[in-house]
Design a protein around this ligand. Structure first.
Ligand code: GRG
Length: 322
């Protein structure tokens, strides 16, 4: 199995694989959001601005790599290209949901950020009302893309998976609870015992960040008719990956530079927010993230070399600098 000791090769391999995903997905995102006679030009411009901005495309990568990992088993005659073609609508859809959530998260009423993906945030580039509408339209467009691009039964199940990962019990619910804590609408967690703080953090991040990663993996599996055993391996990977990603994100906020990360850093500490480094310390956070990354890689080891990209991504995610 691929391990952290392969780190020097890990960066090169992950960068190369992510570049392939970006080439595949960016061309399709570009072609998807086009001006039609009924669409407002400013709205379409804002959607293109938010969606085509240079992100890592981690969620589309998870969709596509889950599909190719499962396809090698579920339908041996299917090449990676075929698996990716089947999973493409789902890969576009998850990136649309992600882009919408970033646009809304950056709004003055939420995180009030000026910088995202190394560029002015959507409401800074356009205006607040356009940014709200941009997020709304991207969210609807995600479900339209999924429903239109997949066979009816897969699309129905896919829409359910994506809706659950995006809604009141997941992305939006996690964001709402995070906001409630920050604004003092619920009891103050900063004075709770460390074990309760860690449980609280895990619950927030499982919904706010982890659920969409897990949905991406499940959608990739569904696109190639993966079996229950494969879906279970992807689910175990997703659970560990999501938390590893979030702990690494907290470490980056504490230690990263704005230039490398492409967004404002240090804001969690500035706002007195609970983070893994603030609760368990930087060193323990690094160890926890590395252990979770190994757990994720082990979860898909049973899929063999077809899951190497997934395993490498989990290991890379905890020592990235952006
Ligand atoms: C507004 C409903 C609503 C939800 C917002 C996504 C989100 C919930 C908040 C974003 C705040 C944040 C920085 C969360 C940490 C996890 C995260 C989503 C980081 C950004 O994801 P990356 O690193 O970004 O994959 P890129 O730009 O590379 O796509």
């Amino acid at each position: 199995m691929i391990g952290l000791s392969d780190a020097p090769h890990l960066d090169t391999a992950v960068m190369h694989s992510l570049e392939r995903v970006r080439t595949f997905i960016d061309a399709r995102l570009d072609a998807a959001v086009v001006l039609s006679p009924e669409a407002s030009p400013r709205l379409v411009d804002s959607m293109r601005y938010a969606l085509l901005a240079p992100g890592k495309r981690l969620r589309p990568a998870l969709v596509l790599w889950a599909a190719s990992a499962c396809a090698s088993d579920a339908a041996a005659d299917r090449s990676r290209e075929q698996a990716w073609a089947l999973a493409a609508p789902a890969a576009l859809a998850v990136e649309m949901i992600h882009a919408y959530s970033l646009v809304h998260d950056d709004l003055p009423a939420m995180d009030d950020d000026d910088l995202r993906r190394g560029r002015p945030t959507c409401h800074r580039q356009f205006d607040e009302a356009t940014a709200i509408l941009c997020g709304d339209a991207l969210q609807c467009f995600a479900f339209e893309t999924l429903a239109q691009g997949m066979p009816a039964a897969t699309a129905a199940r896919g829409c359910l998976v994506l809706a659950r990962a995006s809604g009141k019990e997941s992305l939006v619910g996690g964001q709402a609870d995070d906001l409630a804590a920050e604004r003092g609408w619920v009891s103050d967690m900063t004075t709770a015992p460390a074990s309760e703080q860690v449980a609280w953090l895990e619950r927030i991040h499982r919904r706010k960040t982890g659920a969409l990663f897990s949905a991406a993996l499940e959608l990739g599996g569904l696109a190639v008719a993966a079996g229950p055993h494969q879906l279970a391996m992807l689910a175990a990977y997703g659970k560990a990956f999501g938390l590893a990603f979030q702990i690494a994100d907290d470490i980056l906020d504490a230690e990263g530079t704005e230039a490398a990360v492409g967004k404002r850093v240090g804001k969690d500490v500035e706002r007195g927010k609970l983070t893994f480094p603030s609760v368990i310390g930087l060193e323990a956070s690094r160890e926890r993230a590395a252990a979770l990354a190994r757990e994720a890689a082990e979860a898909v080891a049973g899929m063999g070399p077809a899951a190497d990209d997934l395993a490498r991504l989990a290991l890379w995610i905890v020592h990235r600098n952006h």
